[in-house]
Design a protein around this ligand. Structure first.
Ligand code: ZN
Length: 407
């Protein structure tokens, strides 16, 4: 349909993700990309799609994606051709959308050109909320230089394949943030501690509080925020004290730190990226750190339980890259061990919409929301296996456009 026409979805069991309840069969009217009316008496217009009593839920949101990371060798990507990398991102974006992810927050790598290509329909994909390049300190996570590379502290700031750039000191951090915002970043990503991919120990904290605060000030000045990569409890606390709004990964959070950040920051765990590496450890050359990866998954699951108890809102991210891109089902499966089906759905819809500063616009099937919808069988708020197994939903609608309809 054209985005200007009216589409009526009839016989919808609408999923209220706030309560987990399905409605009686009803009609959803969509016009100009938004939901205009929901109700049994809603008229049927230009085009009608009978969903035959199936569930219509909000499109899923991945709050930690890397749509340009077509290879797990992150240090190698900046040396690749920009056109080749763009071409490789196309199936990654398409697959995300076909799996029902109608929005994705890119945690480093995607640029404004990709946003434009998706928004204008050149590339099918989720709505993108990009970070540009994540800000890393010299020698920290995200500084992917080899030890013999010395003279290019800014080497990665201009290569499309680089998901990060190096900045040190308050002035450089401010400049890097302003530069990423100028180039179209929707939010700012900083690497506030060690990680798995770069080999910097998880326990290390990065940046001074003043540096992080400078990034936060610059982001806030234009109405956005900082997302901080941090595993260790101390790194998490420093980042939140400096004003970071979301903590990425957060595996090693403690009860004490969770209590201190509750109501101030969201945590976006990303377990499938770790579990996927564990599953492919031999072919990825990760056999020597297999146990370290296993431990990180286990601590991540404990971290989610700690956040739940402390009242920290938990978003849904994946952090998938390279050959493990298809593993969103694994993120749902792992979390189903510690989150109820309702919490799992809310993480990937309601809470992620809050994270994107898109409450009421994304993550809900309500009047005035953007018409990003997924059609499935059953109620995933009662049965998480629907999300784990349903890698390809029956239907996907984005901005009122039917991008997939399979029955
Ligand atoms: Zn990431």
């Amino acid at each position: 349909m054209s985005s200007a026409g009216t589409l009526s979805l009839t016989n919808c069991a609408v999923l209220d993700v706030r309560t987990g309840q399905l409605s009686e069969p009803t009609t959803i009217r969509v016009r100009e990309g938004r939901i205009r009316e929901i109700g049994p008496t809603a008229g049927t217009d230009d085009e009608t799609l009978d969903v035959k009593g199936r569930t219509v839920m909000p499109g899923l949101i991945d709050a930690h994606a890397h749509v340009m990371a077509s290879d797990l060798n992150l240090a190698g990507l900046p040396k690749e051709s920009a056109t080749l990398l763009t071409a490789r991102s196309i199936p990654i974006l398409r697959n995300l959308l076909m799996k029902g992810f109608t929005a994705a927050r890119d945690a480093g790598g995607a640029d404004w050109g990709l946003v434009e290509a998706v928004d204008t329909g050149l590339i099918p994909g989720p709505r993108l909320f990009i970070s540009g390049k994540g800000i890393a300190q010299t020698g920290g996570q995200g500084d992917f230089r080899a030890r013999n590379e010395v003279d290019l502290p800014d080497y990665c700031a201009h290569a499309l394949g680089s998901m990060s750039r190096v900045a040190d000191g308050v002035d450089q951090v401010r400049h890097a943030v302003r530069e990423e915002l100028r180039r179209g970043a929707h939010q700012i990503k900083i690497f506030a501690g060690g990680g798995i991919a770069g080999g910097v120990p998880l326990q290390y904290s990065h940046f001074t509080v003043e540096e992080i605060r400078a990034a936060v000030e610059e982001a806030r000045a234009v109405g956005t925020y900082v997302m901080a990569h941090a595993y260790a409890a101390e790194s998490i606390l420093r980042a939140v004290e400096a004003g970071a709004r979301t903590i990425e990964h957060g595996n090693l959070i403690t009860e004490e730190v969770a209590r201190q950040i509750a109501g101030r920051a969201y945590v976006v765990p990303t377990l499938s990226a770790l579990e996927g590496r564990f599953m492919h450890a031999d072919e990825l050359g990760l056999a020597p750190v297999r146990q370290r990866i296993r431990d990180a998954v286990d601590s991540g699951l404990r971290g989610i339980e700690i956040c739940r108890r402390a009242g920290v809102k938990v978003g849904f991210g994946s952090d998938l890259e390279g050959i493990i891109h298809p593993y969103h089902w694994l993120e749902f499966q792992l979390r189903s061990q510690v989150q109820s089906p309702l919490e799992l759905v809310q993480s990937a819809t309601l809470i992620n919409a809050e994270i994107l500063q898109m409450e009421g616009q994304l993550g809900v099937v309500e009047v005035d929301a953007l018409a990003d919808l997924v059609i499935i069988d059953g109620n995933p708020c009662e049965d998480a296996s629907i999300l784990i197994n349903d890698a390809r939903p029956l239907g996907v609608i984005k901005g009122g456009e039917v991008v997939r309809y399979d029955y």
